[in-house]
Design a protein around this ligand. Structure first.
Ligand SMILES: C[S@@+](CC[C@H](N)C(=O)[O-])C[C@H]1O[C@@H](n2cnc3c(N)ncnc32)[C@H](O)[C@@H]1O
Length: 261
């Protein structure tokens, strides 16, 4: 395959961006749409079909269509497909600067909105789905522990780029939780049945890892341990599903306190 030098250089550029903690690789139309809508600094937009992208943008995101199309550069289809392990069917990818987030500022946010804490989540698509529903519920932020990068391209894809709509970052260990001025609630299938109206507006809602649940350390620190009631025989909900259930139970119980921004 022969590419122009300029197009061929996109392959190492996108490859390097995947390993660069200051950059975000946005795979697909919805990730790019939300990045633009929430004022990300977008550096590069490439598409395998400019006419198809224009139709999609006018139909699904007229508010950002002009900006998207002004930046979009049509490139060879083979180059486009080499920019990601699984090129998005919407035919567009982009590079953007990541948001720099201070976890202490997220936890110190005085608005009456919870923070979601994901303890060592393993599935990047699940992490993204958590960010997406957390933003829909208008929480103060999503923090995660463990080795996985919440800004990984797969997590961004799962979140449809909503990392730009609320603070999302990784916590190094549990130190930031030591001087919390928020109640810490462990969300755990073994907890007391959830009473949505009792969730403090500034709670940290902690969810455990997919296979093993919350660690003993985090559970021991918690001020309360709550469960989402399930019918007998079901062991647990999927992580993102449980985040959705708790956040929307809280939202629906506390609607007058925390209007959607
Ligand atoms: C797939 S579950 C983990 C299952 C794990 N075997 C356990 O017992 O916790 C991932 C996380 O989702 C949340 N979760 C899932 N189902 C839940 C339920 N019914 N009640 C409360 N939390 C739940 C918890 O935070 C849990 O750590």
């Amino acid at each position: 395959m022969i590419f122009s030098v300029k197009e061929g250089s996109l392959i190492p550029r996108f490859g390097a961006a995947r390993r660069d903690g200051s950059l975000a690789v946005l795979e697909g139309f919805h990730a790019l749409k939300h990045a633009l809508r929430f004022d990300a600094t977008v550096l590069e937009v490439v598409t395998e079909d400019a006419a198809a992208l224009a139709r999609l943008a006018q139909a699904l995101a007229p508010d950002v269509a002009d900006r998207m199309l002004a930046m979009a550069r049509e490139i060879d289809r083979e180059v486009f497909r080499a920019l990601a392990p699984l090129a998005p069917s919407t035919g567009v990818m982009a590079l953007a600067e990541r948001r720099v987030i201070d976890p202490a500022a997220v936890l110190g946010d005085q608005r009456p909105s919870p923070v979601v804490l994901l303890e060592d989540p393993r599935d990047l698509g699940n992490m993204g789905a958590c960010v997406r529903v957390a933003d829909a519920a208008s929480v103060a932020g999503v923090l995660s522990t463990g080795g996985h990068d919440p800004w990984h391209p797969d997590a961004l894809r799962g979140a449809a780029g909503l990392h730009y709509a609320l603070p999302v970052c990784r916590l190094e260990g549990h130190e930031a939780l030591e001087s919390l001025d928020r109640p810490l609630i462990a969300v755990d299938p073994e907890g007391e049945p959830l009473e949505p109206a009792a969730i403090a507006p500034r709670a940290v809602l902690a969810f455990g890892t997919e296979r093993y649940g919350l660690s003993g350390e985090l559970t021991a620190r918690a001020d309360a341990r709550v469960s989402i009631p399930m019918r007998p025989g079901v062991s647990s909900l999927n992580l993102a599903t449980s985040v959705a259930a708790v956040l929307f139970a809280w939202r629906l119980a506390a609607r007058p306190v925390a209007p959607l921004a």
